[in-house]
Design a protein around this ligand. Sequence first.
Ligand SMILES: [Zn+2]
Length: 104
Amino acid sequence: MSNSDPLIIPPKLKLSQKIYLKIFGRCKIGSVKEGWKDKIPLFAFYCNKHGIMSSLPLGSNNMLICPSCLEERKISEELAELEIQQIIDDEELIHSQQNNIIYV
Ligand SMILES: [Zn+2]
């Protein structure tokens, strides 16, 4: 993703938008046009971890998901997969060592 991605840059809000955000939990700050589809509203909201972030509404209940949290979750899932792979490798090693035992 490029630095100009509106979803990654924490949005700069006007005072009126900050107040609106505080009251309503989300504040429309613009819209994003994806290809030839209709414009999708871009909302600012407050993430407990990353502060003011922006997101497109997702799903049928228009959920706003922090893109930075999502990115971190992706990374931790990839790490978890690596750890699982490591455990499998270790087990294979144990099995192969057991196979090398010669009983007399
Ligand atoms: Zn976040």
